[in-house]
Ligand binder design. Structure first.
Ligand code: HEM
Length: 484
């Protein structure tokens, strides 16, 4: 495997989750993964190209996925769906029902094969569920249920499409090389709609992950200096925080660049519906048929669709800057704030369940940091030790928090453009682009992003059925409250 040393944990044989490591062998599947699967050059994106196709034994899954993509299966709830499109998707679902139930035993020792299997099976399941007629019960057939739940158990991921499937492990490079992925060279592998809009939607996040490596490096250097903790260390940390401001600014600009390649209406009407999880389906349950055939399986409860809210990069920044204590704040900035902050905190925590387990472990490692940055800033700038260096550190810390707050302001603009406005338009509430601009302007100004004016009958729901705008506002306001 390119770029990975023979002692890297991904190069070692992976112990089956049910069997565990053999005696005397270090368990390399979980916390023991010494570098948390975070690469110093590519961050949370793996340095080596993910497996592009499953080995022969599981080829029939790849074949039905290829068929769904090349037939351009349509959403079952699209308005004006032609009978021929309904017939096509019904016959494709028939093929999925008739697949054999294939054992995953042969892949339990390969992390990269399991990752590809999770991607392929989750993609098939989303095609299956969302191509169904809106009134049909959602029954996922045994040939998908069994391997998907088994693979998910091995990876300790929910059996649903996650950010790791559509972004972290969903790329390739033009040439079949050992080169590392970079912002200009990374390409997207699998999509639902074969549109450039969908490709750009995933690649925007992937590019942010790659650019975010600079932030991870600055975080690491800061922690090294924190260990030393003398005056020179304080000055160096100040410099790192100033550089972090630039990195977060670059991330904000890259996020807003999503507008260059992904059209909001296409995103809202033809891409986002494929990504829906069980909780975005108005109470229609997902039934996993055949689950009783494997007594080791438990009925899934985490079935939210993918979101970049599952990006460990942004959670790491929160963690590092000490912003991840959602709910501890007593300051109210809006009506019902305490409640919504607690809910936002719970949702941010839940999103970690959808991250690869090594990244989850990385975040927990960060939050157990014995020398939290905020404590260092507080003590260096407190009144008894107050020095010019302490004040400079405080300023640099606050600038980094402000940069992250501005990143979240920009994200709210993106959500307004890609979700709020198209949702209103689909209800006929917005007519002209001029009106769109007014809505975006207000969201930029934005302690007051409008979310229920003009759509009084329904609040926009996101992951876990939460009110998207309330959630994003809580997280953004919480960021601001970290200012010292
Ligand atoms: C067109 C692009 C995007 C859209 C439409 C979008 C939409 C959303 C929505 C609706 C949520 C609410 C939570 C949910 O329902 O799951 C959310 C949360 C979140 N998104 Fe995005 N997003 C986009 C791009 C990105 C990118 C590129 C990143 C960074 C890699 C990002 C990072 C986050 C984070 C970290 C959260 C959790 C809330 C927070 O920390 O502020 N998003 N996004």
């Amino acid at each position: 495997m390119a770029h990975l040393g023979s002692d890297h944990f991904l190069s070692l044989t992976r112990p089956d989750i049910h069997v565990g490591p053999s005696q005397g062998v270090v368990d390399t599947t979980t916390l023991a993964a010494h570098d948390f699967d975070v690469d110093t050059r590519t961050g949370f994106i793996p340095p080596q190209t993910p497996l592009r196709r499953l080995p022969g034994e599981w080829e029939s899954w790849e074949v039905v996925l290829d068929a769904a993509i090349s037939q351009k299966l349509q959403l079952g709830d699209s308005p004006n769906l032609l009978q021929s499109a309904k017939d096509d998707s019904e016959s494709w679902r028939g093929r999925v029902q008739n697949l054999p139930v294939i054992s995953i035993e042969g892949m339990n020792t390969s992390e990269t094969t399991l990752r590809r299997a999770h991607l392929v099976l989750a993609w098939i399941m989303h095609f299956y569920v969302h191509s169904l007629p809106p009134s049909a019960p959602i029954r996922i057939p045994p040939p998908i249920t069994l391997p998907l739940l088994q693979v998910s158990a091995q990876l300790q991921l929910p059996p649903v499409l996650t950010y790791s499937d559509d972004v972290l492990y969903n790329w390739h490079l033009d040439e079949n090389t050992d080169d590392l992925p970079t912002v200009p060279t990374i390409r997207c592998q699998t999509t639902f709609t074969s549109t450039n809009d969908e490709i750009e939607f995933y690649l925007t996040s992937a590019r942010l992950e790659l650019a975010g490596v600079d932030a991870l490096e600055l975080m690491r250097s800061t922690m090294d200096e924190a260990f030393v903790g003398d005056d020179i260390a304080i000055r160096r940390i100040t410099e790192y925080l100033r550089q972090l401001v630039d990195v977060i600014d670059r991330l904000r600009v890259m996020l807003l660049d999503v507008k260059n390649g992904c059209r909001p209406d296409i995103f809202y009407n033809t891409i986002r519906p494929w990504l829906r999880g069980e909780d975005s389906q108005g109470g229609r349950k997902w039934i996993f048929e055949g689950i009783e055939q494997d007594s080791s399986l438990v009925y899934p409860t985490e079935l939210s669709g993918p979101s970049a809210g599952q990006s460990a990069l942004i959670h790491s920044l929160d963690n590092f800057l000490g912003i991840d204590n959602y709910g501890k704040s007593s300051k109210g900035t809006a009506e019902g704030n305490a409640d919504s902050t607690t809910r936002a905190s719970a949702l941010m925590k839940r999103m970690q369940l959808y991250m690869p387990r090594h990244h989850r472990a990385f975040l927990s490692h960060l939050s157990n940091n014995p020398r939290p940055l905020r404590d260092i800033v507080l003590s260096a700038s407190s009144s008894d030790t107050n020095t010019a260096a302490g004040v400079a550190l405080l300023d640099a810390y606050n600038a980094a928090v402000m940069a992250l707050k501005q990143f979240r302001d920009a994200h709210m603009i993106v959500v307004t453009l890609y979700v709020v406005i198209p949702a209103r338009r689909s209800r006929g509430a917005l007519a002209s682009p001029t009106t769109d601009e007014a809505v975006v302007d207000r969201s930029a100004a934005s302690s007051d992003i409008p979310h229920d004016k003009g759509m009084r009958d329904s609040t926009l729901k996101g992951t876990g059925g939460t009110d998207i705008i309330q959630f994003l506002k809580s997280v953004r306001d919480n960021t601001k409250e970290a200012l010292m």
